[in-house]
Design a protein around this ligand. Structure first.
Ligand SMILES: O=C(O)CCC(=O)C(=O)O
Ligand SMILES: [Fe+2]
Length: 323
């Protein structure tokens, strides 16, 4: 059996971006930026190490999240989203994919804790704190990665930071995937993420896969302490498809629940998204997408989940805006 060494994904060492050893090592910095550029243009997927999120926090959050999902359904139902309309861009709290969905998982969704929109489980003690700490650390990592991608894309310094300066739409999900059955193992169907940049923390079960440049599925195996990073649709559109929104899926494994914590560095719903002139008119390339207001796309994507179309071709992807 092949070793699960995670060797298939490019590894990006972010140590030179943090204070301490190597912080002023410009060649290490340049290597990391080049590795992100190559991965971003090839598959949109890579693995980050020395990313500034403490290992202990990652392990603790995954363990507490597993303890929450192991609670009886009645307990979990206490944090179901309120029926009445909420100010949150997506329903917060606990949800299980609808029975008719091909995706077999359940999750807890939260927005930036500072917005006071979230619903937290009372149990297990410590889960709320761990998820809030993860949220803060992953936001910091998201902003760093956004600056790195800004440089990879050759944009003016601080361009993406200014374009995406509102942190009101970022969200985090803690997920549990059910064990595969004898006839079915879909955990999360092949998709691209709608947002800007996604980070995945996972337990040791495995099952996350990314579509390689040759179209084959490559496992993003768990490697303790590392974080899987992927580029989302917003950056694919801004870069006029020079940077790839990673196609990925989760395949369930038999005999084990899988847990992950996924952070989505997002974009405010009011923002307009279209190919930047640097990747279109300025370089004589036709725009590959028409412009759209981001919230329109997010709501269409949410509808895919709540009202899955019977014909797969009716599921909305970023191709919906393709010219
Ligand atoms: O759970 C994972 O590893 C990935 C989940 C995912 O792709 C998503 O929520 O968009
Ligand atoms: Fe995803």
């Amino acid at each position: 059996m092949a070793a699960s060494n995670g060797g298939a994904l490019p590894v990006v060492d972010l140590a030179p971006f943090f204070a301490g050893d190597g912080a002023h090592d410009n060649s290490a910095r340049a290597r990391a930026i080049e590795a992100v550029r190559q991965a971003g243009q090839a598959t949109g997927f890579f693995r980050a190490v020395n990313h500034g999120v403490p290992r202990e926090l990652m392990a603790r959050a995954l363990e507490l999240s597993a303890a929450f999902f192991a609670l009886p359904d009645e307990e979990k139902a206490k944090v179901r989203p309120a029926e009445a309309s909420s100010n949150a861009p997506l329903p917060v709290g606990y949800a299980r994919q609808p029975a008719h969905s091909a995706d077999k998982n359940e999750y807890l969704l939260l927005f930036n804790p500072k917005l006071l929109l979230n619903k937290y489980p009372a149990e297990p003690a410590g889960l709320r704190g761990a998820l809030e700490e993860c949220f803060a650390k992953l936001t910091d990592l998201g902003l760093l990665m956004q600056d790195i991608l800004n440089e990879c894309m050759g944009l003016p310094p601080g361009f993406l930071a200014e374009y995406n300066s509102d942190r009101g739409f970022d969200f985090l999900t803690a997920l549990r995937y059910f064990p595969a059955t004898t006839d079915e193992n879909n955990g999360s169907s092949a998709h691209e993420d709608a947002n800007c940049i996604t980070f995945v923390l996972q337990d040791d079960v495995g099952g996350l896969e990314v579509r390689g440049v040759d179209g084959r599925w490559v496992p993003a195996e768990p490697v303790e302490g590392s974080i899987v990073v992927n580029v989302g649709d917003v950056l694919q559109v801004l870069s006029n498809k020079k940077f790839k929104s990673a196609t990925h899926r989760v395949v369930r494994r038999p005999e084990a629940h899988r847990h992950s914590i996924v952070f989505f560095l997002n974009l405010h719903g009011d923002k307009w998204v279209e190919p930047l002139p640097e990747f279109a008119g300025d370089v004589g390339e036709p725009p590959r997408y028409r412009g759209f207001r981001y919230n329109e796309y997010m709501q269409l994507r949410m509808r895919n989940k709540t009202h899955p179309p019977s014909r797969p071709e009716d599921v909305v992807h970023i191709t919906y805006y393709e010219i």
